[in-house]
Design a protein around this ligand. Structure first.
Ligand code: ZN
Length: 207
């Protein structure tokens, strides 16, 4: 029997935004380059939710099975996810630049927030109480629910003032700047920070 071909290496999701909603927005790393899109399929959305730690193994399998049984519905759920992601990107990018939020983007958040929060329940577990999302395996949109809550929480918290967008020329990464002076400019010094430094160095030398 032939050895199965090794599957191509999959880059892990980089969860460096500091909030779930920002990590989700960062699943498209640079809006000028389609190649940096990480959510090409509904399964990619499930992989993100699982990597971000809020979708359990059994729920991942249940939603994967539902998507395989209803491909057009899964494709529609992915489109809704991408619409939401771009609305959140615009909302937080505007926030980072000190610009007003677009009413249409805020409306999309509010319209979908209501449907998501209807699935929140308080359950008792081992003597304590906890927020629990109910009905996850039956809803292809369930991976978006915690993201909607995260976005609403961040927008209504003073932490929204620390949302930044990377200064890198080829990067639309959003992050929470939790540095002491709130002066962080790049998603990471290793990638965009060093590129910007090298470019300035080159410009000085050629000037
Ligand atoms: Zn960057």
């Amino acid at each position: 029997m032939a050895e199965p071909l090794p599957s191509p290496p999959v880059e892990p999701f980089e969860l460096s935004g500091g909030e779930l909603c920002l990590d989700f927005a960062n699943t498209w790393g640079d809006r000028g380059r389609p190649a940096t899109e990480r959510l090409a399929t509904y399964d990619d959305l499930l992989a993100f939710a699982h990597a971000a730690g809020y979708l359990s193994d059994p729920h991942l399998e249940a939603l994967r099975g539902r998507a395989m049984a209803h491909p057009p519905r899964a494709a529609a759920a992915l489109r809704r996810a991408l619409d939401l992601r771009e609305a959140l990107y615009r909302l937080f990018s505007s926030q980072a630049r000190g610009r007003a939020a677009a009413a249409a983007d805020l409306n999309q958040l509010n319209d979908r927030l209501g449907a998501a929060l209807a699935h929140l329940r308080v359950e008792s577990r081992e003597g304590a109480f906890d927020w629990v999302w109910s009905g996850v395996p039956e809803h292809l949109d369930a991976p978006l629910w915690p993201i909607l809550r995260s976005a609403a929480d961040l927008l209504t918290s003073p932490r929204r003032n620390w949302v930044r967008e990377c200064d890198g020329a080829q990067c639309t990464w959003l992050f929470l700047d939790l540095s002491r002076a709130h002066s962080r400019r790049w998603c990471s010094m290793a990638s965009c920070g060093n590129r910007a430094k090298a470019r300035r160095h080159h410009q000085r030398k050629s000037a």
